[in-house]
Ligand binder design. Sequence first.
Ligand SMILES: *Cc1c(COP(=O)(O)O)cnc(C)c1O
Length: 390
Amino acid sequence: MDLSGARFETLGVHAGCDPDPTTGAVTPPIYMTSTFVQAAPGSHKGYEYSRTGNPTRTALETNLAALEGAPCALAFASGCAAATTAMFLLAAGDHVVAGDDLYGGTYRLFTKGFGRFGVEFTFVDTTDLDAVRRAFRPETRMLWLESPSNPLLKVTDLVAACQIAREREAMAVVDNTFASPFLQRPIQSGADLVLHSTTKYLGGHADLVGGALVAAQPELHERLKFFQNALGGVPSPFDSWLVLRGAKTLAVRMERHSANALALARWLESRGEVERCHYPGLASHPQHELARRQMRAFGGMISFELKGGLERAKAFVSSTRLFRLAESLGGVESLIEMPAAMTHAAVPPEERKKAGLADGLIRLSVGIENVEDLQADLEHAFQHSLARST
Ligand SMILES: *Cc1c(COP(=O)(O)O)cnc(C)c1O
């Protein structure tokens, strides 16, 4: 189907989803096969072996490329598999400048994984562009950004940061998991490579683990495609199909996630029990104006600190009923967690402290339930945790 000129919502539903040529099926089939028959050695219809390529995965990759506004995309078995594959673009002696408020698993992969192979890292607050500039060295090959960041929702100026990388001939990578392509498309801001944990908003239903890489240039895509096959961290046809199904509703889900989160963030900020609330949609957020320019809406993630610190926070997260206490984010159902003890436990305490991540910080992944029900759930937790901690 010719989708040139189609807008985001239309691409989400249709890109990669032409009717099946043999049966007319409207939904792409799940090609559960490891291998493909050849008419003669080397003569095939584009598929040889499912690590290298599978038609269901191709449908997903076509869709993801359209959503990010790129020529092509690659799907992976997890966000970490995508990150690992991206890091294979580097070699020993190369240096990476990365945000100091990254997903904990990315930090672990860098420091405990690629650090052992002679890749060096400097972690900086990427909202401070001078700090980014100062961190560059002659051997810096990559700038790794997360915006909004996890869990403090710091917003980095993607155009300016990618420009710094370009001037130094380093590759700009943006982990776009928190925003999703509906809220921002980093390639338009100058990024060379976009990463997703499709486990989160793209899949959207907390029923799979997956990842993606979307390259701005076909040449970079080809290098990554080589490593996708060589390393082998590919998703199953079934998981590819689930992510594709999620992508079709990404736009409507993100609108509701963002509207619910904005309402709850404003309400939380007004509560006397809350010490500080981090949400890019709040006028009090340090990069609020930048977020307005850079993002279509502000997303579904909120973090906040309670007065009374760690003990109060523990009581609070154990008192919600709709907000389930669990790691992960981006699903239709609301989740609550404490990063220092859960998602970010892999980040050493002194690093967490430096980055401003308090032990009592609470993170919400606001789902698409009725917002009044969500607010009532948090109200209950305020009452209950107050009773328990006094
Ligand atoms: C979850 C997450 C990842 C890692 O993805 P997995 O699918 O869990 O491997 C990377 N970056 C961000 C921002 C994430 O939230």
